[in-house]
Write a protein that binds this ligand. Structure first.
Ligand SMILES: [Zn+2]
Length: 211
């Protein structure tokens, strides 16, 4: 049997006998499987036409599914990159260059909004650099909660609302310093005031936690 497109497909039924029901469904399924690329393209064309005819529905859908739109955009970009990597890289670089100030400002705002994460990252990076044995993904807020928002050096409360570089703001202290091979792990970090942490560091004498 030859289908409309001219591609020869499975010849399961004599031409004289029109297919019905189950048999037809099976035949269609096999045809779709054998012509997956064609089916995909046809669906794409239909979708494009539908979008053109129903712009308001399309916009409503986009508004309701921002993460899907983002994923499609990412896939589209990735496919374009695969199609011509060097060209894409060059255009990305040019864009980055053109938007340097904007990017820097966005990064600055992100750093402020995610101060916890940034401090976590830098401790982790330092720990990795020093090749310490244990690197746990220490979530700063978990440590603060565990220590009950109380400075583990002076034992006074730490105000959650204060932020770096306020001397009374929260700070993560490594009980055994990273420089001395201490691990960046929950067992080796504690909540302290920034000033208490710094004072101990500068004095060189490390206070240990009293239980
Ligand atoms: Zn303190």
């Amino acid at each position: 049997m030859v289908c409309k497109s001219g591609i020869i497909v499975m010849n399961t039924t004599p031409a004289s006998e029109p297919m019905k029901g189950q048999k037809k469904r099976e035949y269609m399924r096999a045809w779709r499987r054998a012509n997956a690329e064609k089916v995909r393209i046809a669906a794409k064309i239909r979708l494009k036409a539908w979008r053109k005819e129903n712009p308001e529905k399309r916009n409503a859908w986009a508004k309701a599914n921002p993460e899907k739109i983002k994923a499609y955009q990412k896939e589209y970009d990735h496919n374009r990159y695969l199609a011509n990597p060097s060209k894409r890289k060059a255009s990305l670089l040019a864009w980055t260059e053109k938007n340097r100030d904007r990017l820097r400002e966005a990064k600055r705002i992100w750093n402020i909004e995610n101060a916890d994460k940034v401090r976590g990252y830098s401790s982790k990076r330092r720990a990795r650099k020093r090749n310490t044995s244990t690197i746990q993904n220490v979530l700063v807020n978990e440590v603060y909660k565990r220590d009950g928002w109380r400075c583990q050096i002076c034992k006074k409360r730490v105000n959650q609302k204060l932020s770096y570089p306020n001397p009374l703001s929260s700070s993560i202290d490594h009980i055994v310093p990273l420089s001395k091979g201490g691990a960046h792990s929950y067992g080796n970090v504690q909540l302290t005031h920034l000033k208490c942490n710094v004072a101990v560091g500068v004095g060189g004498v490390k206070q240990t936690r009293l239980f």
